[in-house]
Ligand binder design. Structure first.
Ligand SMILES: Cc1cc2nc3c(=O)[nH]c(=O)nc-3n(C[C@H](O)[C@H](O)[C@H](O)COP(=O)(O)OP(=O)(O)OC[C@H]3O[C@@H](n4cnc5c(N)ncnc54)[C@H](O)[C@@H]3O)c2cc1C
Length: 355
């Protein structure tokens, strides 16, 4: 694969914003990447499917690496299936293949956009399952080491926590994920406990104990939650939930969940947050935004909070990354002033922004 100069990055992100990569490299295999890595102009940036990034309008200096290899392989082992997926494969193609083999463990994460590399780097999670539950190991190249070589890291070496990993901080920031290996079960090990999904199951007469019904339940739940990139042919330019659910004192949590329209009590919200992998005092960032006075559908020119799902910041057409960044900063500042809560973006900012 050739190295491309001045590659536009906006079409490679779900926000549809951002400038150009000075250099762009899309290797077809990990061996090709090992051979070429010393020639790549630094800094290096790792891009997956662009569903959780906001790229500077000024573009990115150095080289953007986007891995093209996308094989998924599986082997049988006693009561498990072992799936190894290349970083460039889409997350949902792995989920679909696991279902084809009646393998349990990632089905509740059906329909999450993005690739395998981004899924591990962000320790994605939904409806009670997280990547860290079933991941065994990853192969990486440490791009700061010379000579470049492929190394295997076990799950325990990756610092996987709520929507985070050491790939997002100094410890492993220079490591590009090449592939990931998951151990999935031949039998069901976890109940679906999420109330909105159980309501969907009930309404559609689907069985939450059936693996294949689970995917249908989750896809419909995600559609209702505005968590699919495409709904009835309409593409939404968003990176999903913009902020992580913050940790707050229980008294603050009580105040914030007054924003909950479904009359859930604190115990239910806490239980739900636990299912999401949070701890007992993590509250929904959506409720935090509402409590700070932000409104669904509120807009700043072409930047809008989704009309139903306030946590999703959208580009309704022609927004720049800086405009989206400015709205995110305004939200964080106002939430801090009014509620004294520090929101942390789930979306990764790549490149320079005007502060
Ligand atoms: C509509 C919508 C719904 C969503 N729903 C959910 C959800 O339910 N749960 C959830 O957890 N997330 C959700 N997300 C967020 C997003 O889908 C995930 O974070 C996804 O895993 C990002 O993958 P990506 O390939 O798009 O990564 P990118 O957006 O391209 O990159 C994200 C980060 O991962 C790093 N990265 C990517 N590939 C590699 C690699 N090979 N090696 C090292 N680092 C790498 C990047 O440098 C960047 O820091 C949603 C997003 C959208 C748009």
């Amino acid at each position: 694969m050739e190295i491309i100069r001045n590659q536009p990055l906006a079409p490679l992100t779900t926000f549809g914003t951002g400038g150009q990569a000075q250099f762009f490299y899309n290797p077809n295999s990990k061996e090709e990447l090992v051979d070429k890595i010393s020639e790549l102009k630094k800094p290096l940036w790792f891009l997956g499917y662009g569903s959780n990034v906001l790229i500077s309008d000024k573009g990115l200096p150095g080289t953007v690496l986007k891995l093209a290899f996308n094989k998924i392989e599986m082997t049988e082992e006693n009561d498990s299936w072992i799936f190894t997926a290349d970083a460039g494969a889409s997350w949902d193609s792995l989920v679909r293949q696991s279902l084809n083999h009646n393998a349990w463990g990632i089905e509740l994460m059906s329909g999450i956009p993005g690739g395998i590399g981004g899924a591990v780097a962000g320790n994605i999670a939904a409806y009670g399952q997280a990547v860290s539950d079933t991941l065994l190991w990853v192969e990486v190249i440490d791009t700061n080491a010379a000579p470049a070589k492929i190394i295997r890291l076990n799950k325990e070496q990756l610092g996987l926590t709520y929507r985070n990993s050491d790939f997002q901080n100094n410890k492993l920031a220079g490591c590009v994920i090449l592939n990931a290996c998951f151990k999935l079960s031949k039998s069901n090990k976890k109940n679906l406990e999420y109330s909105s999904a159980l309501k969907v199951a009930d309404e559609l007469c689907l069985d939450p104990q059936s693996l294949h019904d689970r995917r249908k339940i989750i896809m419909e739940s995600r559609r209702r939650a505005g968590s699919l990139l495409e709904d009835n042919g309409k593409i939404i330019k968003t990176a999903g939930s913009f902020f992580k659910n913050p940790i707050v004192e229980e008294a603050v949590a009580k105040e914030i969940i007054k924003q909950e329209e479904n009359n859930k009590d604190l115990a239910k919200v806490i239980a739900q947050n636990k299912i999401h992998g949070g701890n007992s005092t993590r509250v929904s960032a959506a409720h935090v935004l509402l409590a700070a006075g932000f409104k669904r559908g509120q807009s700043w020119g072409p930047v809008r909070l989704h009309p139903e799902h306030v946590l999703k910041i959208e580009n309704t057409g022609g927004a720049s990354s800086q405009q989206i960044y400015d709205v995110a900063q305004e939200i964080m500042q106002r939430v801090k002033e009014i509620l004294n809560i520090s929101l942390e973006p789930e979306v990764k900012f790549l490149g320079e922004f005007i502060k």
